[in-house]
Design a protein around this ligand. Structure first.
Ligand code: FAD
Length: 381
């Protein structure tokens, strides 16, 4: 049976924050080119972009020359401006990174030094200064980041979707990329399918992979063997009972542990407070990173509450076990290249004749903060 063939100059896979930002930006930059955005779900932001902390990060922790630092710093400013311009609810509430002991202070000073190298200035608060605030008096020292904030990521993506539509981006929801069929001098040809499993072909000159948890799998289609892998690192969240609504006016972060910034408090825009995310690698080797069941709490995860209670109590001494309720889980696309962990974002450009494929890999935190900067930065060659 002959399959239908569609053509778009630019084809973007994935309508998360990154794909939407790219769609809106590229359609604006290249008005003469047609843009199609393929998304397997029935709307935007159904995967990583809707299961995170919704924090606008200041660029504190990332290496000086890293893409994470570059895009986070630029993205934060773009995002605050965007929120103001399009009335996206947000609060530049600031955050404290707290140390609870003399030993932790060394780590605190390292964080301050690293932030300074990125051009981010953090104020060091003494024990005496903290003691004046009852809710902070149990901490030894703290760093204050005035630039950190929270925002409504759904409204943000909704606005990007509208901007893309206004620039005639073809939004193909419920359509999944399947596989690359051919790459020649002028076209990249791939197979996709709709919700009824009707397969069709798409031809494009520019192929952009913003597939989040599936981005590594998609990128591997451009090589004869597997190079990239996204391993699932789950970030679980617990809600705090309503008595803690508006408890802190700033976000409270501990000293980071190995591969995440540590279980912290995050204020929601309506005043509710949640704890999380943790860093759970249990299923990294056994599950596809994009497996939807990873976003559910499994029955055997009851003991996780103890972990959140222990970590939460360090931040809020009055916390009890009953104050914690399971909330949601987000999955980080932890990128491995040839089996080696990659800490930074990886933006891969493959030019072949007149075609170009751009793969956005390992877009974990601060990907939301960075999304406008990534969209602004990517140019077609
Ligand atoms: C626990 C957690 C907390 C975080 N907290 C923050 C934070 O506070 N601040 C911050 O800046 N960042 C944070 N991040 C990171 C941020 O959420 C992500 O970097 C960002 O949302 C990634 O966006 P994306 O568009 O790349 O991915 P996604 O939002 O996952 O979008 C990818 C899209 O591609 C689609 N797709 C995949 N494969 C196909 C296919 N074959 N065909 C069609 N469509 C396909 C998917 O359905 C999905 O909609 C956090 C991440 C996690 C996991």
């Amino acid at each position: 049976m002959n399959k239908e063939v569609f053509h778009s100059d630019i084809a973007i896979i994935g309508a998360g924050a990154v794909g939407l930002s790219l769609a809106a930006n590229l359609a604006k930059k290249y008005p003469q080119k047609s843009v199609a955005l393929l998304e397997r779900h029935d709307g935007f932001g159904r995967e990583i972009s809707s299961r995170n902390s919704e924090v606008i990060h200041a660029g504190i922790y990332y290496g000086k020359e890293s893409l994470k630092a570059k895009y986070c710093l630029k993205g934060k400013d773009l995002l605050y401006n965007f929120c103001r311009e399009y009335s996206i609810p947000h609060i530049k509430c600031g955050k404290y990174i707290v140390s609870s002991s003399e030993e932790q202070n060394d780590a605190l000073f390292e964080i301050q030094k690293n932030a300074a190298e990125n051009g981010v200035s953090l104020e060091l608060l003494s024990e005496k200064q903290l003691s004046k605030e009852t809710k902070l008096s149990h901490f030894k020292n703290a760093l204050y980041s005035p630039e950190t904030g929270i925002f409504d990521s759904h409204k943000y993506m909704q606005t990007l979707e509208r901007m893309a539509q206004e620039k005639n981006v073809f939004l193909a929801y419920k359509n999944s990329f399947n596989k690359i069929l051919d790459i020649n001098n002028d076209e990249i040809i791939f197979e996709a399918y709709d919700e009824k499993q009707n397969y069709f072909y798409m031809k494009c000159q520019y192929f952009i992979n913003a597939g989040g948890l599936s981005s590594a799998k998609i990128a591997n289609q451009f090589y004869p063997h597997e190079i990239y892998k996204n391993k699932a690192c789950r970030g679980r969240y617990y809600s705090l009972s309503s008595k803690y609504n508006n408890y802190f006016d700033k976000l409270i972060y501990p000293i980071p542990d190995n591969d995440c910034v540590g279980i912290h408090t995050t204020n929601e825009l309506d005043g509710k407070v949640k704890l999380g995310p943790d860093s759970d690698w249990t299923f990294a080797e056994t599950y596809e990173a994009s497996d939807p069941s990873l976003c559910q709490f499994f029955a055997k995860e009851d003991d996780v509450k103890e972990l959140f209670f222990t970590e939460g109590k360090k931040l809020i001494p009055s916390l009890t076990l009953n104050d914690l309720t399971q909330n949601y889980i987000g999955v980080r696309p932890k990128l491995f290249i040839e089996n080696q962990p990659e800490e930074d974002f990886k933006i891969l450009k493959i030019i072949n004749g007149n075609t170009q494929a751009i793969h956005l890999l390992g877009i974990e935190s601060p990907g939301l903060t960075s999304s406008l900067a990534i969209g602004d930065d990517i140019k077609l060659e």
